[in-house]
Design a binder for this molecule. Structure first.
Ligand SMILES: O=C(O)CCC(=O)C(=O)O
Ligand SMILES: [Fe+2]
Length: 293
């Protein structure tokens, strides 16, 4: 027996057999991946993004009060990570475990998928708990179907600092994927914190109610990188083909190019012609992605 606090979901490692991972996800709609990133990867990634985080302000620049609250008044959110970080674009979003998990959730309705958004979320001291939500609410047409809705989003939150209950560890309502009424987002007293070490990941589907926790410390920042995936047939949050340069895109692996929309979204396994094409042509051919310049 240990006295370690119980975590929000079951914990797996990079060595956990795929069958077991699938069984856990089918039951819990989420899992904690211990040591998804190595300490060296975390250190390199933090070093690459530190100067970019320095440049931005905490809080949303939008007027909408709901958006401001969601963003967090003392929270910095850094996007365009593909451009900012080599570790992110070549190791984190090209990690086999990331794709094994994303595929497990999304493969019933798609063969290839977008990365929806990727951002560093740094919750500063004094930040209130984030509004509880389900990530798939962006795709509001699915909400009335509640637990019967298809899985159209999955989310990785990787700790880049320790996640503690005091510094704003993400809070989750386990089991909320099974509720009939998705207008119901529960309440803070139903949540439990995901306690993580740097490099550990919280992975969950868009049906789980969650939110960033309050940071009640005086001087400890909670930093995470959060990135989502959604089927190729849904519009992603970030418009990657407009923000990632062609020169950079050319250097990426085919799998990452696919997630960023530099390749067409295939649906051969469903007997469909696919999406995101030009004149029924593979977009990678049209834009000359594989041509050596
Ligand atoms: O920062 C967190 O812990 C959660 C953030 C989140 O859920 C979101 O922004 O959608
Ligand atoms: Fe979220």
């Amino acid at each position: 027996m240990t006295n370690e606090p119980k975590n929000v979901f079951k914990t797996i490692t990079l060595d956990t057999p795929k069958d077991e991972v699938l069984r856990i996800l089918a039951e819990d709609a989420g899992v904690i991946v211990k040591g998804l990133l190595t300490p060296d990867q975390v250190a390199r990634f933090n070093t690459e993004i530190d100067p970019e985080l320095e440049k931005i302000l905490a809080g949303s620049q939008k007027d909408n009060a709901g958006v401001q609250e969601f963003h967090g008044a003392q929270t910095k959110r850094l996007t365009n990570l593909v451009t900012h970080s080599k570790t992110f674009r070549t190791e984190i979003i090209d990690h086999d475990k990331v794709h094994e998990l994303a595929h497990a959730i999304l493969s019933p309705t798609c063969e290839t998928y977008w990365m929806g958004t990727a951002q560093v979320i740094e919750i500063g001291p004094g930040n209130k708990a984030q509004t509880l939500h389900r990530d798939f609410e962006n795709y509001m047409a699915f909400k009335p179907f509640g637990k019967l809705a298809p899985d159209v989003i999955c989310n990785f939150l990787i700790a880049l600092t320790p996640f503690t209950e005091e510094n704003g560890a993400t809070r989750v309502i386990p089991g909320s994927q099974n509720w009939d009424d998705y207008e119901d987002r529960g309440s803070q007293d139903m949540t439990v914190p995901a306690l993580l070490e740097p490099g550990d990941a919280l992975f969950f589907t868009g049906k789980i109610v969650h939110g960033g926790g309050a940071n009640i410390t005086k001087d400890s920042k909670r930093r995470a990188v959060a990135f989502t995936f959604n089927p190729g047939w849904l519009v992603p949050e970030e418009a990657y083909p407009f923000v990632v340069s062609m020169d950079l895109a050319r250097t990426l692996s085919p799998r990452v190019q696919q997630c960023l929309g530099f390749r067409s979204f295939r649906a051969d396994m469903f007997g469909l012609p696919g999406l995101w094409q030009v004149n029924y042509e593979e977009i990678a051919d049209y834009i000359g992605l594989d041509k050596k310049s």
